[in-house]
Design a protein around this ligand. Structure first.
Ligand code: HEC
Ligand code: HEC
Length: 398
């Protein structure tokens, strides 16, 4: 038992500091010693909580959720009134998008068929859209603890909390703002537009019992409240973790054992299968982008992705480089052999936990079967028939 606990502590320590810890080399050799001695990996994964925490100043109420949902689908939030949150986070694709990198402003069409209208002077959004599903739990640790006010957001964790996150795409030129308004003008413009629509005035008043309820802060709060209802905490894996031994098959259980043994769990830990930390793993660049995306602190580090609901959310990785789980696993196999797929990221720069990875072809099939137990289909797929602005629901996706 003592070794097991020790390894657990090492793993935690490594993953916490893997990017910045000056004692990197020392930690590495600790982990390697354990690898050789065929240790049993501590299981740090667990079911997602049945309830969601909200910030103290933004409790969940049905009024707020209903308002947030309409705002999520309403392109009134975008400069040219052509893009809604749902353009890139659509329930038909698990609240993500069936594209490698996003097209926001001046785009037309849905998912893989979406393209820029011509003429066009708007660049691609440089990253792959995360799913909004379970972002209510971003930052959750191995003990199922998390603070919604501090929840890490984006591939490079540049923003904290769903409330703050919701305002960022509105301000981003290529995502929703466009060129008509500046970054400092757009939020006031959006609030003025919402104020001119009586249904929104009434819904903000009902959702927030305060004077001047229709303001930027409450816009973020309403959208965040809706997002906190988009959770899948009853996947077959969750049922298994809550004691239903038959919820996942014998071969899926074997896949889970392989997942732990080969070292995936070192980063994909906790109930979200993510440590929410930055790691350098050298994903190949996306050719559509004019310059490489160097990620967090320009070190090509990105946040560990959650492994929940992968069935609904291909393609994978921060730039959608891989369109199937087979391709992802082949990539990790290369890493396992010390091969870099990104010339800008030499293998010396890899995260120490990647160097501990020990994956071969025979584990791939079982691991992919296991990952399928993490899909949960029970999320809100109902799309509003109309939005208060009268604009096309979800933006120019039809
Ligand atoms: C043009 C496509 C597009 C639109 C429109 C868009 N998003 Fe996103 N969203 C993305 C992309 C791409 C990312 C990842 C960006 C990054 O990490 O740098 C993202 C990330 C997120 C995340 C972070 C999830 C996580 O786990 O960190 C949330 C939450 C989110 N979006 C919600 C919204 C909301 C709310 C709106 C509307 C106000 C919106 N998005 C509009 C493309 C879009
Ligand atoms: C060193 C930490 C680390 C280890 C070990 C690791 N991963 Fe990852 N994983 C990441 C990071 C970081 C990302 C996001 C990388 C990016 O997009 O740049 C990721 C992304 C993924 C994705 C894409 C999910 C999505 O929605 O885009 C899958 C699938 C995945 N990992 C599976 C695995 C499997 C299976 C293993 C074991 C063979 C594994 N990972 C081992 C850190 C790790």
């Amino acid at each position: 038992m003592r070794t097991i606990t020790l390894v657990g502590i090492c793993c935690l320590y490594l993953s916490t500091f893997s990017c910045t810890n000056p004692k990197k080399e020392e930690n590495q050799s600790i982990a390697r010693t354990h690898q050789k001695t065929n240790f049993i990996v501590v299981n740090t994964n667990s079911a997602l909580p049945e309830k969601v925490n909200s910030p103290n100043d933004n409790p969940l109420t049905p009024e707020k959720v209903a308002l947030g949902k309409l705002l999520f689908y309403d392109p009134i939030l975008s400069g040219d009134k052509d893009v809604a949150c749902a353009t890139c986070h659509h329930p038909d694709h698990g609240y993500a998008e069936f594209r490698d990198i996003s097209i926001g402003v001046n785009g037309q069409g849905f998912g893989s068929k979406r393209d820029f209208k011509q003429p066009n002077d708007i660049p691609f959004v440089k990253r792959n859209a995360h799913t909004v599903l379970n972002t209510a739990f971003n930052g959750i640790d191995m003990n199922s603890q998390y603070i919604p006010e501090l929840a890490p957001m984006f591939w490079d964790i540049r923003t904290q909390s769903l409330e703050n996150q919701a305002l960022e795409p509105i301000k981003a030129m290529e995502e929703m703002r466009g060129r008509r308004y500046s970054e400092t003008e757009i939020l006031d413009e959006v609030i003025n537009r919402l104020k001119s629509i009586s249904a929104y005035r009434q819904m903000f008043d009902a959702a927030f019992s305060e004077k001047e309820a229709l303001n930027v802060m409450n816009l973020g709060k309403a959208i965040a409240a809706f997002e906190r209802t988009l959770v899948t905490n009853d996947s077959r894996f969750d049922q298994f973790m809550r004691g239903d031994n038959g919820a996942i098959s014998i071969s899926e259980k074997e896949g889970y054992e392989q997942f732990k043994k080969v070292g995936c769990i070192n980063c994909h830990l906790g109930p979200m299968f993510s440590d929410f930390k930055m790691h350098v793993i050298g994903i190949p660049e996306n050719d559509k982008l004019p310059i490489p995306d160097s990620g967090f602190e320009e070190r090509f580090a990105f946040r560990t992705a959650s492994l929940r609901n992968l069935r609904f959310t291909p393609p994978y990785m921060h730039n959608g480089s891989f369109n199937s789980l087979e391709k992802v696993l082949e990539f990790y196999e290369d890493l396992s052999f010390g091969k870099s797929r990104n010339p800008l990221v030499p293998k010396e720069d890899f995260d120490p936990l990647i160097r501990e990875l020990n994956l071969s072809v025979k584990e791939m099939g079982p691991i992919i079967s296991f990952l399928n137990t993490l899909n949960g289909d029970e999320f809100d797929k109902e799309i509003p028939e109309s939005v208060p602005s009268g604009l096309p629901v979800g933006g120019n996706i039809h």
